[in-house]
Design a protein around this ligand. Sequence first.
Ligand code: ZN
Length: 275
Amino acid sequence: MCDRSAPVRTVSRTLVACLLAVACAGRASAAPAAPAAPEGHAAPAAVHRVVIDPGHGGAEDGAKGPAGLLEKEVTLDISRRLAALLRADGFEVTLTREGDDDRDLRARTATGNAQRADLFISVHANASRFKVAKGAETYVLSREATDDAARATAAVENDAANVKETTAASGDDELPLILWDLAQVQYLQESTRLAGVIQSKLCAAFGFTDRGVRQAPFVVLRGAQCPAVLVELGFITNPDEEKLLSNPDHRRRLAEVLAEAIRQFRSEVGSGAPR
Ligand SMILES: [Zn+2]
């Protein structure tokens, strides 16, 4: 298995952006729309612009709890709370959807790039056919999933938006997929660092078993030109966690913990700590 956690520092960001534009322009009918990729957008020396992606929305409900709670409602509410906390702390924040709107996965990533985001966080609630499955998970992009559970989570999130993930595309589709991966691979070290901070804070605050930072081929992270993570804030399919996710106090606390994690990441990046 290829170790995708190793950063590819030698890849020119400008080169990747140019190759993406050329590849996508030449394959307009087969390839995803090219992300708005500012040339020369370097890894963030400081974290100021944050793009928050409330998972799902519109006709796409996401996962549904046994009592009927919809993932798209949970993700939007927690994202709005997180945005308010970060704005109060001086961050410039954009949400990929402001209401119950349909939004294509790649349009979400493109929003982050167009905003020249320093950080992209996609907010979700998890689903499992095992009702006892519980806890939070934080993911970074990889073409190879950490394990079967991670692969299943990515498949559910991608398929919810009717996007079929292709890990071994053939023919004309292969080049753009590789290039889209490269756009995020160069930020994987920072993404993994951010994911680690989020995961450890969630575990400390809510007593989750720490399963570590996980990797899976999430379409919404592909092409992001900044540190990018996807966080699953509990299993909506677990009756106990659905109850928690319905609770405004719990949502407020989740948003606070995410804000604490982003503030810590900002201070680490800004302090010049080893990256
Ligand atoms: Zn989701």
